[in-house]
Design a protein around this ligand. Structure first.
Ligand SMILES: CC(C)(COP(=O)(O)OP(=O)(O)OC[C@H]1O[C@@H](n2cnc3c(N)ncnc32)[C@H](O)[C@@H]1OP(=O)(O)O)[C@@H](O)C(=O)NCCC(=O)NCCS
Length: 407
């Protein structure tokens, strides 16, 4: 098997392979969209003679991490031909991706997993989580805070990159786990006219909060679907994104969403785990968490570079014994010395305070998973009492890491 770049001339072959393994039959418009999506991607193929038997694409993402951002390949279209599966093709393509990322100074990679079992073995782990929330909006949304009474206005989705894009960017500076969006990504991926999963949903609607001519105080992206009078099913509002400066702004946007005429249910997916709605909603029977699911899966490829690139919430001086069956440079004992000014991470012969797989370190990197919980789950060994708590205090991020962009 020859692992090499997939040139643009082979894009259609790569897409055919993906459609084959994902059981898809997209129309020409969708194919065109996929071609455009693949063009800026890093594309790795596994060739068996002339046959393209495996394909992995990686978006050239920039991911917000605590205190900054890092280049981060975002894996997608992971496909191996049914005639070539379980022969190490995916493993070889991932090894090539890790090799390139290391050489090019990209210390981590990310993906959304459709099958959890596949990616853990390569060191990927869920680093952010999302909540699904449902609001019974047949009655007014009961709130314990006063909503911001500044005006709301609808924004044309075509103007979203210019109008709400900068607001989203500003949230990336405070929330780890968010992927930078250019205008192309806003329009093609985040705000497509048709919602792929549900043909009945309206085009995206964007509502913005703030005085005309003044700065935005928040925005929401949503789609609607009419109800069915015969069955008595109420219309639905699906919330894709809602961001606000503060609780009053968020309350104003949720109140608006929950009061759209001819709808009786609000469904929001992928909400941050620390969404203030869950606290300022007066009636928890009206606002219910209906699911908790893994969001962005992260893999630290160059552990030292990734750790030294992030900010730390508290000082720590610990020896980590890291296992990494795929990338030898990450494996071994390292002294992590974190301060408010940054961290050092150097090889040591000292006894470890914690022993963990790179997969567990990846889960904790953005501050979305507690080391203490992994110790309790039997996935991290704590040799020195309190070491997990000290590492947790140093890794802590507030607000919680969050990723909305599924890819
Ligand atoms: C999933 C897929 C990419 C795996 O490719 P592959 O070339 O068969 O994988 P490899 O041979 O490199 O397997 C690597 C390891 O992962 C395991 N593995 C692969 N797919 C797995 C799955 N779906 N569930 C559990 N384990 C899996 C293999 O058994 C192997 O384990 P081993 O090293 O202990 O033997 C391929 O089967 C495929 O294209 N499936 C359909 C599309 C898909 O599911 N894509 C990924 C979802 S986003």
């Amino acid at each position: 098997m020859d692992i090499r770049d997939v040139p643009e001339a082979h894009l259609d072959r790569a897409l055919e392979l993906a459609y084959l393994v994902f059981h898809e039959k997209p129309d020409e418009e969708k194919r065109k969209h996929h071609r455009e999506l693949m063009r800026p991607c890093e594309r790795i193929g596994a060739y068996d003679g002339d046959t393209l038997a495996g394909f992995v694409a990686a978006h050239p993402f920039t991911l917000s991490v605590p205190g900054g951002e890092l280049p981060c390949p975002g894996l997608t279209f992971v496909s191996v031909a049914p005639t070539h599966r379980r022969r190490g093709v995916l493993s070889a393509m991932i090894a090539e991706l890790f090799r390139r990322a290391t050489a090019q100074g990209r210390p981590l990679a990310a993906l959304w997993a459709s099958e959890d079992a596949i990616y853990g073995r390569f060191g990927f782990a869920p680093a952010t989580q999302g909540l699904s929330v449902e609001i019974d909006s047949r009655r007014p949304l009961a709130l314990r805070v006063d909503p911001d009474e500044r005006p709301l206005r609808l924004v044309d989705p075509a103007d979203a990159p210019a109008v709400v894009g900068p607001y989203f960017d500003a949230t990336r500076a405070v929330r780890a786990g968010r992927i930078a969006r250019d205008a192309e990504r806003w329009r093609g991926e985040w705000l497509p006219e048709d919602a792929e999963e549900d043909a009945e949903l309206s085009p995206p609607r964007i509502v913005a909060l703030g005085d005309p001519g003044g700065p935005l105080a928040g925005y929401a992206v949503y789609r609607t679907k009419g109800g069915n009078d015969d069955t008595g099913t109420p219309g639905v509002v699906r919330v894709d994104e809602l961001e606000a400066d503060d609780a009053a702004g968020a309350a104003a946007l949720w109140r608006y969403i929950a009061s759209i005429d001819l709808t009786g249910t609000v469904r929001a997916w992928g909400r941050p785990v620390d969404d203030p709605l869950l606290l300022f909603a007066a009636d928890r029977d009206q606002v219910r968490v209906t699911g908790l699911h893994p969001g962005l899966w992260v893999r630290l490829i160059d552990v030292r570079a990734a750790l030294t690139a992030r900010a730390w919430a508290a000082g720590a001086d610990l020896v980590l014994e890291v296992r990494d069956p795929h990338l030898a440079a990450n494996a071994g004992r390292f002294r992590l010395t974190a301060t408010a000014r940054g961290c050092a991470y150097e090889p040591t012969g000292d006894a470890p305070d914690l022993t963990l797989d790179v997969r567990e370190l990846s889960a904790c990197y953005l501050g979305g998973t507690r080391v203490r919980h992994l110790v309790r789950a039997g996935l991290v060994d704590e040799h020195t009492a309190g070491a997990a708590d000290r590492l947790d205090a140093a890794l802590r991020t507030d607000p919680a890491p969050h990723t909305a962009d599924e890819f």
